[in-house]
Design a binder for this molecule. Structure first.
Ligand code: HSE
Length: 446
């Protein structure tokens, strides 16, 4: 049995006592005995730094040094592990790197930081011989990163697909259920605390793309540039999209998709966008603010991970699990057991992301046009000119000549580039009122 050098406890310093930070303090208080039993030594939260030292967070902080001195915390010799829960880029990056340079392990929930500065942070950690753990950055309380990094590491992963963002899943579920507009559903999400006052990161897919970067790294050993991931949000969806999807037994979910296809050697498929998926698929059953991940591996087959992807206690659950993993390393002086991204830095490759134009699949096209003789043939003829087969055409609207009307087309599997070319021409027609909306249809989502 290796010697436990920290029987008296592993020192933890927490920077950022917001919602998640408070949850971390709460879990450490609530489950401290159990954690010590499992680790063989207690995790001791000895210091907290936050600019707001006044607000009562409703958690017992007795015996903890609580001030605004993050630098002092990072340099404190009693602190073995620094938890970064500041959020954002600059300050979080600075203290993460300072902690690493000071020889501390770091736990963070900051996917934006890692998606943008991961190379620098993981490189610095490798050089300093410390670890960076970030389970809470993807999927909140669901141990999806640990599953990819360890549980599934014997597999060649074919795909990781999921509802990566609870906020957008809540908004889409509400739009479908109530027939309300995006704006009204978003307002409800904000009132209930599921969406931020500035919802950009969630509703425009940026948060999901940050997460997909980390998932793809773990699943395929790829170092993707976040800016290379095609990302599309949910603002343009309208209640009619959900109605028509339902008539065809589909639901609309915001998916992050990463795939390694033998037919695309040296390239990786990675994309985030609202997607029509069959009602019978596993991901279609995930509603409200919940999230889910579907991972397909060559040995294991399909596996599904489901639960709360955000929120104080679920996210704190993941942060504290990381603290325990690193705490065990501190006890045994055994850093670097598993590389943070599952692959050692030097084994990460940088494949090109497959351009969306090269995708081949069925598409849902929503045209806003004026109901005039010949408009339907303008649409269908324009598609036919580019070899796009049509599966169904639906027209919805007041049905009066000269009035605006919506035409929805479901295509047969088609090269997306050809569809985009066709739309360029169709959308210039005088009877077309606004740019045509395109939704991808995915059949294989469990
Ligand atoms: N708003 C994010 C979500 C928070 O709902 O998934 C966790 O990243």
């Amino acid at each position: 049995m290796p010697k436990n050098r920290k029987k008296d406890g592993v020192g933890v310093g927490l920077i950022g006592l917001g919602t998640i930070g408070t949850g971390v303090a709460r879990v450490l208080r609530q489950n401290g005995d159990l954690i010590a039993e499992r680790m063989g030594a207690p995790l001791r939260l000895i210091r907290i730094a936050d600019i707001d030292t006044e607000t009562d967070r409703g958690v017992n902080l007795d015996g903890i040094v609580f001030d605004a001195d993050a630098q002092g915390l990072v340099e404190d010799p009693q602190v073995d592990i620094v938890v970064e829960l500041i959020g954002g880029y600059d300050v979080a990056r600075r203290f993460t790197l300072e902690a690493i340079r000071a020889g501390k392990h770091v736990v963070t929930a900051n996917k934006a930081l890692l998606a943008l500065h991961g190379r620098e942070i993981f490189g610095a950690a490798a050089a300093a011989g410390v670890d960076v753990a970030f389970e809470a950055s993807v999927g909140g309380g669901i141990p999806i990163l640990r599953s990819l990094r360890e549980g599934l590491c014997a597999n060649r992963i074919h795909s990781v697909q999921g509802i990566l963002n609870g906020t957008t899943n809540y908004v889409l579920t509400e739009m479908e259920k109530t027939g309300e507009s995006f704006e009204i559903a978003l307002k409800r999400a904000q009132d209930l605390g599921y969406a931020e006052a500035d919802p950009t990161f969630d509703v425009d897919g940026i948060d999901a793309a940050h997460k997909l970067c980390l998932l793809a790294a773990m699943a395929f050993g790829v170092d993707l540039d976040f800016n290379d991931i095609p990302t599309e949000g949910i603002r343009h969806l309208v209640p009619l999209d959900f109605e028509i999807a339902a008539e065809f037994d589909y639901r609309i979910k915001m998916l992050g998709i990463a795939k390694e296809e033998p037919s695309h050697p040296g390239r990786i498929e990675a994309r985030v966008h609202p997607t029509l998926i069959p009602r019978s698929s596993m991901l279609a059953a995930v509603d409200g603010a919940l999230t889910a991940f579907l991972v397909d591996g060559d040995a294991v087959g399909s596996t599904l991970y489901y639960g709360a992807g955000a929120g104080e206690m679920p996210t704190a659950s993941a942060v504290v699990a990381d603290l325990m993993e690193l705490g065990r390393e501190v006890c045994r002086e055994s850093a670097g057991r598993v590389a943070p991204l599952s692959y050692p830095q030097q084994n990460l490759s940088s494949p090109r992301v497959l351009p969306l134009g090269e995708l081949q699949g069925r598409l849902y096209l929503r045209f806003e046009v004026v109901d005039l003789p010949g408009v339907l043939s303008h649409v269908t003829g324009g598609l036919a000119d580019h070899g796009i087969g049509i599966e169904s055409v639906i027209q919805r609207g007041p049905s009066a000549t000269g009035e605006p009307v919506t035409v929805v087309v479901w295509t047969h599997p088609s090269p997306e580039a050809a569809v985009r070319e066709a739309l360029k021409r169709i959308d210039t027609g005088p009877e077309v009122l606004s740019p045509t909306r395109v939704l991808r249809i995915e059949e294989e989502v469990g």
